[in-house]
Design a protein around this ligand. Structure first.
Ligand SMILES: C[S@@+](CC[C@H](N)C(=O)[O-])C[C@H]1O[C@@H](n2cnc3c(N)ncnc32)[C@H](O)[C@@H]1O
Length: 291
């Protein structure tokens, strides 16, 4: 069977399997392409590969992966072991969430107009496998980036990604419960923390349950961790620094809770919502509200 034929068959099977697409792709065609090209290690731009004949071993490999995708609801990024974020490749496995934050678009736009110039020091808080911080380090060749997470497992994956991009000289990992283990100040703190209320977590499609729950669930209607980050960021920002934080669909809850705070909700052309920006001065001014 040629790859093009295998792709067609896989799209049909994915399409009829009532799956949730939301871990790097949003439709069966892209998912099948990702699975086949990703698992076989083919460059995604190689259109000629479509005409190549699959070996029996390759067909068997794809069949096993497809069955796991359909029957066990394993996200394709975990099956392939790789994810692409902000145009860069990352190792990806069950130790951290599949990278998919709309913050990728901000990185693509150099965080303009939020920052007028590249940040010298950046903290990626709740970094998971490190994709946001590493993509930011790749954007700004002179900046130093700290990747912080409470999960030693996630940080082990982040270390692999630092090595993949040869960034050991200026990107490091910090095991820390939010800011507990963080010293110093940053011009940019960027964070995609857990923000899913427990009740909603229990209703999520099975694909999400494949991800570490530590990366998703936050108490107090999903707001406990985001509020702590809002409260404590100012102690770790330079005077002109900014916080960029994703709270996804919990943004309406947060806006309601903080109705006196001028939260700046960013807009995205490539999809996504619930990412806010606040300056260090605003974080200081409204600090009492974040308690
Ligand atoms: C939504 S995931 C985001 C991962 C990554 N930043 C991304 O965008 O793909 C949240 C991460 O926060 C980490 N986390 C949860 N509670 C934490 C805490 N109290 N302090 C630091 N990190 C925490 C989890 O281990 C998880 O890796």
């Amino acid at each position: 069977m040629k790859i093009a034929e295998a792709l067609q068959q896989m799209v049909a099977r994915l399409d009829s399997a009532d799956l949730c697409f939301g871990h790097g792709t949003d439709n069966p065609s892209d998912e099948a392409f990702y699975l086949i090209y990703g698992l076989l290690g083919i460059d995604f731009t190689d259109e000629q590969a479509m005409l190549r004949e699959l070996s029996a071993a390759e067909e068997a490999l794809l069949e096993v992966a497809l069955k796991r995708r359909i029957n066990e609801r394993v996200p394709t990024a975990y099956l392939v072991g790789r994810a692409w974020f902000a145009g860069h490749e990352f190792y990806c496995d069950e130790r951290a969430l599949v990278p998919r934050s709309p913050i990728a678009e901000l990185i693509g736009g150099s965080f303009e107009p939020l920052l007028a110039e590249p940040a010298g020091k950046v903290l990626d808080l709740c970094t998971g496998g490190g994709s946001i911080g590493i993509a930011t380090a790749l954007l700004w060749p002179n900046c130093e980036v700290d990747l912080a997470d409470i999960s030693a497992d996630a940080l082990a994956l982040a270390k692999k990604n630092i090595a993949l991009h040869n960034l050991g000289g200026r990107v490091r990992v910090l095991e820390s419960d939010l800011f507990d283990g963080i010293d110093g100040r940053y011009e940019l703190i960027v964070s995609n923390p857990p923000y899913v209320p427990l009740q909603e977590y229990n209703e999520l499609p099975a694909e999400f349950v494949r991800e570490p729950s530590l990366g998703l669930i936050s108490d107090d209607d999903g707001l406990q961790i985001p509020l702590k980050i809002l409260r404590d960021s100012v102690d770790h920002l330079s005077a002109d620094g900014i916080l960029v934080m994703e709270v996804g669909y919990s943004h309406s809850q947060l806006s309601e809770r903080l109705s006196n705070v001028p939260l700046l909700w960013l807009e995205f052309e490539q999809g996504g919502e619930g990412v806010l920006a606040l300056t260090a001065r605003q974080l200081q001014q409204y600090r009492e509200q974040f308690k």
